[in-house]
Design a protein around this ligand. Structure first.
Ligand code: HEM
Length: 217
């Protein structure tokens, strides 16, 4: 079964639509918080939501390549937008933490980043995401050549650190943390076995070609 292909003329519009939809959870929750409609601790709810969406977008970014390899669905055109959405959600999560949660108390923030392990890990992930976001454009791809792909492999440790940060941020690890961490582990595992799988797939393709040639089809 294959999905109906989106006509080429809608590709650019569909990417912009993805950006627009991608920012809805942040904008909507901010609106609810600002208008007093979030029950409980609005700052924590907002901070949590941004962190969780950051992780979701990181996972979606990592899913694009296995989706193509295993299911033949080519959504490569959405990968950059998903990666950038992940970056913006981490950046907003960080800003919400600094401005809304810690009210820009630089000493407290510094102490948190250097002494609370889960925050140090989150910060490391954010720092690694910055060069990826800065080089997510055609100019950098052309300029960096093969080094670009090597640099962008950083997305795997970023996702691993993001998932670890999520597990360590909570007092008790529950099903939610396990699902995110499990997904990240599977996607990293796939990356490791992918070269072997692709080699096997190619050899099957060659063998099929030879059989067709031999039978004169
Ligand atoms: C890839 C990067 C990151 C991801 C995916 C991420 C994700 C998350 C998630 C999902 C949570 C929710 C935990 C919960 O309360 O249930 C969380 C909490 C938290 N994150 Fe991050 N985060 C990242 C980076 C950062 C950075 C850079 C900082 C700040 C330096 C940070 C500070 C925090 C804090 C303080 C909490 C706890 C909020 C609370 O008290 O409820 N995170 N993060």
């Amino acid at each position: 079964m294959s999905l109906p292909a989106l006509p080429r003329r809608y590709h650019a519009a569909s990417i912009w639509l993805l950006y627009a939809i991608g920012f809805v959870p942040a904008a909507w929750t901010f609106y609810l918080g600002a208008t007093g409609q979030l029950i409980g601790n609005p700052v924590k709810i907002f901070e949590h939501l941004l962190g969780e969406w950051a992780l979701r977008f990181l996972i979606l970014t990592l899913m694009i390549s296995p989706l193509r390899d295993l299911a033949g669905i080519n959504w490569l055109r959405y990968r950059r937008a998903l990666g950038l959405l992940a970056f913006w959600y981490v950046a907003m999560h960080f800003l919400a933490y600094m401005i809304l949660d810690k009210r820009l108390a630089v000493d407290v923030i510094f102490e948190d980043i250097t002494k609370r392990w889960f925050i140090t890990i989150g910060m490391a992930a954010l720092v690694m995401l910055i060069p990826l976001a800065l080089t997510s454009n055609r100019f950098s791809i052309r300029r960096l050549g093969p080094a670009w792909s090597k640099l962008h492999r950083l997305i795997y440790p970023v996702a691993a650190l993001g998932a670890l940060h999520f597990c360590l941020a909570v007092k008790v690890i529950g099903p939610e943390q396990l699902i995110y961490a499990g997904l990240v582990a599977v996607l990293i595992g796939w990356r490791l076995v992918r070269p072997k799988y692709m080699e096997w797939k190619r050899s099957i393709g060659h063998a099929k070609g030879r059989t067709r040639e031999a039978s004169g089809l």
